[in-house]
Design a protein around this ligand. Structure first.
Ligand SMILES: Nc1nc2c(c(=O)[nH]1)N[C@H]1C(S)=C(S)[C@@H](COP(=O)(O)OP(=O)(O)OC[C@H]3O[C@@H](n4cnc5c(N)ncnc54)[C@H](O)[C@@H]3O)O[C@H]1N2
Ligand code: MOO
Length: 392
């Protein structure tokens, strides 16, 4: 068995960033830029008023001064004539200011009578947003993460109507097992519902990839081979079940006959021990254990980094710190990912693993907020000790 760190290095070695494609901005949220986006203009393009009020030249800015209103500027409607000394410009938020030193007095701070205003006090700020305050033409935006709504807003303001992004990875999802039926079907007496595919498809979508759900493969060579054939063209083949040592665990065997170059089989982690990975034709293959929680934990630890790398991102697993909420016994030879609850603590949150850690319990997994990580052969831990966890 190899360590989690070694296994992660192996799975990442199976992945290369996918080529880039052009996407119109409205479709770019959640995608990863393949090259810097460049601002096509300067923002704001002119000195802009930040308030509804009156623009006046700096030389006229004296408390008590009375000025004549010479014209009006609104957002989208500049005022191009000169404002002579002793005059002021009625101005609204977003309107261009005259191109000489001046300031905007909010309308609350003046007294208006007919065509004149009298200044009461002079605010400390000019209430003018200088040209280029946000960004200049040619400025680059290249966040190393999936684009969020705030990025899309910035790119739109930069007049970037389309972006170069990495292609989304296509993930073929295959469940294996004679016992499985799809949700909505009526299982026979010895059958259960296939849940792994749905959990995995949701993970795949959540991380910006495209899930291709394939039919359930039965526990025989012909069926599995036929379904694996349907994975043709996917960037990643994600199987679950049939990974262990039982007579019906045939994923490794069948994939080998189809040319799998196996990187590893079995990882010193709990749950997730029978995990396998390799290259199958042009695709990477990640063979998850069938136990639903084992599949889910392996998705958190291995699938997510793979999906990120396909999209040009190398995001290390970010572990957080918490304080143990209970005593724990020593650990065995595998790194243990314990499903746990988080509650607020003094400086760090308090983490308390659920009492049952059986890797079939989806009800416990669904309540979990974190995976407490216990190193292999960890000594007993006492309540109050600081530990690491993977947030869910
Ligand atoms: N003698 C040994 N037996 C087992 C070992 C071992 O080392 N020696 N490892 C155990 C561990 S750890 C795991 S994890 C499981 C994983 O085995 P497989 O990957 O071969 O999974 P299956 O046997 O096919 O299924 C296990 C379990 O999960 C259920 N399952 C499978 N697919 C789905 C699905 N799509 N949706 C919902 N549930 C699914 C299946 O019905 C089984 O109950 O092996 C242990 N055994
Ligand atoms: O990976 Mo298995 O479920 O360790 O429980």
């Amino acid at each position: 068995m190899i360590s989690v760190e070694e296994a992660l290095a192996h799975v990442l070695a199976l992945v290369a960033p996918l080529p880039c494609e052009t996407e119109p901005l409205p479709q770019a949220a959640g995608r990863v830029l393949a090259e810097p986006a460049v601002a096509q203009l300067t923002q704001p393009p002119f000195d802009a008023s930040a308030m509804d009020g009156y623009w006046l030249a700096e030389s006229d800015a004296r408390p008590g001064a009375t000025l004549i209103v010479a014209g009006e500027a609104a957002a989208g409607h500049g005022f191009s004539d000169e404002i002579p000394p002793g005059h002021t410009l009625r101005i609204f938020t977003g309107a261009p200011c005259p191109a000489r030193p001046g300031r905007v007095i909010p309308q609350e701070d003046v007294t208006r009578a007919g065509d004149t205003i009298t200044l009461s006090k002079l605010p400390k700020t000019t209430h003018i947003r200088p040209r280029g305050q946000d960004f200049a033409e040619g400025a680059a935006h290249f966040p190393r993460r999936r684009l969020n709504a705030r990025d899309i807003g910035l790119l739109a303001a930069m007049n970037v109507a389309q972006v170069a992004v990495h292609r989304r990875p296509v993930v073929a999802i295959i469940a294996t097992g004679d016992e499985l039926v799809e949700p909505g079907e009526t299982p026979g007496a010895d059958q259960i519902i296939c849940s792994n595919n749905y959990l995995l498809a949701a993970e795949v979508a959540r991380h910006g990839a495209e899930a291709r759900m394939l039919p359930i493969a039965r526990d025989n060579e012909a069926s599995l081979r036929a379904v694996l054939d349907q994975a043709e063209g996917a960037d990643l083949v994600l199987t679950s079940g049939g990974a262990s040592v039982g007579d019906h665990d045939i994923v490794g065997k069948v994939a080998a006959t189809m040319g799998l170059e196996r990187s590893f089989w079995k990882v010193a982690m709990k749950p997730g021990k029978p995990l396998m990975a390799g290259r199958l034709g042009k695709a990477a293959l990640l063979g998850l254990p069938g136990n639903p929680v084992a599949a889910a934990v392996c998705a958190d630890v291995f699938l997510r980094p793979m999906l990120m790398k396909f999209q040009g991102l190398e995001t290390p697993l970010t572990l957080a710190k918490a304080v143990l909420g209970c005593d724990l016994p020593p650990e065995g030879p595998r790194q243990h990912y314990q499903r746990a609850r988080l509650t607020p603590g003094e400086s760090l949150p308090v983490i308390t693993p659920f009492s049952s850690q059986d890797s079939a319990l989806l009800s416990v997994l669904a309540e979990s907020e974190a995976l407490l990580i216990r190193p292999a052969q960890d000594r007993p831990r006492r309540r109050g000790e600081t530990v690491s966890y993977l947030p869910l």
